[in-house]
Design a protein around this ligand. Structure first.
Ligand code: ZN
Length: 338
């Protein structure tokens, strides 16, 4: 039995037909986790769909109305890059419910994995890049509303910039903090919208980190608290170095009560939509690194899956299953060390 829960539903499947997004990956991941005895049936918990009220903590009433009534414009549907249907709306409400549950379980148990979610390109008023609803933001705002969470950190390691996350949680000014060193990679602590956000008392404070390929979708990348714009072809070792530096810089500036780790499988060297060159081993080390940093500081961590478009879908499944294995191994090391 795993020392944490896996949030999953067969209905995470996205009814989008033949598409570069492997909508069947969630079911394949569950099957593999069970077949290889990585997890037992009792490790899985089934989420309820998010309520409209919960979705509205992040998304605008106009956008939610369009989704529920099937009245997106053809431009809006094109921008989402997945074909609209009422069933698809249901699947996204469910994945948001999954991230709410995973966030709650992470606070309770120290760690939880949503075998889905990570739809980081969804904005409050529109969907983009295969993402309709920003499940991670819904989870964060939901727990904040319940009085369980004041400060969260997103660590986005999908190959694509977390533009929706940055739009929903624009960086706040944290004066006097050191900048991470730049080197060949353009890294920066940004402080857009600082004054505005600092005056908004009572809001959840979210520190956002995005490690992504610079030359990739989206063209416009709104500033995160820390952006690491990686050059094409970045390999394991430099990637892991930048990740470590971003995490240590972030945690010098900010004390989160929850880390939301967006563990995209698409920095993989064989990815169809990515241009980085991480190996399957390197991606597992990446997962270990994030979980280790969180657990060594006693920060609960919730994990979501986001993208993954390997030429061979089984590679995407392996990378996502390895995230569960990495979490299990890091936790057992921490328990072993007392
Ligand atoms: Zn991606």
């Amino acid at each position: 039995m795993l020392p944490f829960k896996l949030v999953y539903s067969d209905d995470y499947y996205l009814p989008i037909g033949a598409h570069v997004f492997p909508a069947e990956k969630y079911r394949m991941i569950r099957r593999r986790l069970l077949a290889e005895n990585i997890a037992e049936p009792s490790d899985f918990v089934t989420p309820a769909a998010a309520s409209d009220e919960e979705i509205l903590l992040v998304h605008t009433p106009e956008y939610v109305h369009k989704l529920k009534t099937g009245t997106l414009s053809s431009f809006e549907e094109m921008q989402m890059e997945i074909p609209y249907s009422a069933e698809l709306v249901k699947a996204f409400w469910l994945s948001a419910g999954g991230s709410i549950l995973a966030s709650r379980l992470a606070l309770q148990d120290g760690l939880a994995v949503n075998i889905g979610g990570g739809f980081h390109h969804a904005f409050p008023d529109h969907g983009e890049g295969f993402c309709m609803i920003h499940d991670v933001a819904v989870g964060v705002k939901c727990l904040h509303r319940e009085g369980k969470l004041r400060r969260a950190m997103t660590v986005d390691c999908d190959v694509h910039d977390g533009n929706g996350t940055a739009a929903i949680f624009p960086p706040r000014s944290r004066a006097g903090q050191p900048l991470p060193s730049a080197g060949a990679v353009q890294t920066g602590l940004r402080s857009a919208h600082a004054q505005l956000r600092d005056s908004s008392a009572g809001e959840v404070d979210v520190f956002t980190i995005s490690l992504h390929q610079a030359n990739n979708y989206p063209v416009y990348k709104p500033p995160s608290s820390i952006d690491v714009n990686l050059p094409d072809g970045t390999e394991d070792e430099p990637y892991l170095g930048w990740l470590e530096q971003a995490l240590s810089s972030a945690l010098r500036q900010f004390e989160p009560e929850l880390i939301c780790y967006i563990a995209g499988a698409d920095p993989y060297e064989e990815d169809q939509l990515g241009g980085l060159a991480l190996t399957i081993d390197g991606l597992k080390k990446r997962d270990e690194s994030v979980v280790h940093v969180a657990r060594s500081r006693n920060i609960p961590v919730m994990i979501t899956y986001a993208g993954g478009y390997a030429h061979h879908v089984q590679d995407t499944v392996t990378i996502h299953c390895n995230t569960v294995i990495a979490a299990k191994e890091v936790l057992s090391r921490h328990t072993g060390n007392g």
